[in-house]
Design a protein around this ligand. Structure first.
Ligand code: NAP
Length: 246
């Protein structure tokens, strides 16, 4: 069987690590894109030992253009050398805060990681995904958050945000997903998923779901033809994912 490669950004911990594990279990070969290569090695070892999953690793800082370009080249060479198909990009890497003191610097850094970097990742990897031989074609899943929902905010269904930069970045990531899904309709499927409130480093482990539970929505969407493109999905209290309010 030829390999079906899936690149997950920020795959060394939290939801990204569990997305990689889950993808490995359903037949993808995960590529762990991590800004710290040592942590990527440790994560690959953990996947092998705990779940018997073979993964590939690469250094990838999504805020660094040279790192993104090098990552795309590595993926291209991997497919050429080992065969198989590059089928899925999961833009999972994200931050909710920084140690920057200036409001502007903090805001810009969060937007840079959660929005600008996602746009550049999509621009860079779409040409590779367009060559996918997967039955569903190439696809991108952006890991976003209910905190970015304009609908739920307008309906008063969310408590006041604790971090305007984070909420605004996720709203922007949602629009980016929609915009790109229209641009690449018929060529690459592009969807957004919200994992729900999971206990991870990002929120000081305050979330109620496990990262593995949060990853499930991404795993379902990744293999479901019905998910189509331009969708926003979550998995809260149901067996199958449902549409999330933009
Ligand atoms: P996490 O445990 O803090 O993991 C975030 C991951 O992103 C880490 O692997 C981190 O790498 C990586 N990352 C950050 N900046 C990066 C960069 N410049 N380049 C490459 N990787 C980078 O947080 P998480 O909760 O799993 O978050 C994953 C995604 O889920 C985020 O997009 C987040 O917004 C979204 N989300 C989370 C929740 C939740 O409740 N946790 C809810 C909704 C959405 P390092 O380990 O090197 O820092």
């Amino acid at each position: 069987m030829t390999a079906s490669y899936a690149l997950v950004t920020g795959a060394n911990q939290g939801i990204g690590f569990e997305i990689a594990r889950g993808l490995g279990k359903i037949g993808f070969t995960p590529i762990l894109g991590c800004r710290n290569l040592e942590r990527a090695k440790e994560s690959a070892k953990q996947l092998e030992e705990e779940s018997n999953i073979h993964s590939e690793i690469m250094q990838l800082d999504v805020t660094n253009d040279a790192s993104i370009t090098a990552a795309a080249k590595t993926v291209e060479e991997l497919v050429m050398k080992k065969g198989g198909s590059f089928d899925l990009l999961v833009n999972n890497a994200g931050i909710a805060s920084t140690s920057l003191e200036s409001f502007r610097d903090n805001f810009n850094a969060i937007m840079n990681t959660n929005v600008t970097s996602v746009a550049i990742m999509m621009d860079t990897f779409v040409p590779l995904l367009q060559k996918s031989t997967h039955a569903l074609g190439g696809q991108i899943i952006n890991v976003t958050s209910t905190r970015g929902s304009l609908t739920m905010t307008a309906e008063g269904k969310l408590p006041p945000t604790r971090s305007a930069p984070y909420s605004v970045s996720k709203a922007a990531e949602n629009l980016l997903t929609l915009d790109y899904s229209i641009k690449y309709k018929g060529s690459v499927r592009i969807n957004a998923c919200c994992p729900g409130h999971c206990g991870t480093q990002l929120n000081g482990y305050a979330g109620l779901k496990t990262p593995a539970e949060g990853a499930r929505v991404v795993l379902q969407v990744a293999v479901d033809p019905e998910a189509g493109t331009g969708g926003y999905y979550r998995l809260e209290g149901t067996e199958k994912y449902t549409r999330a309010p933009w």
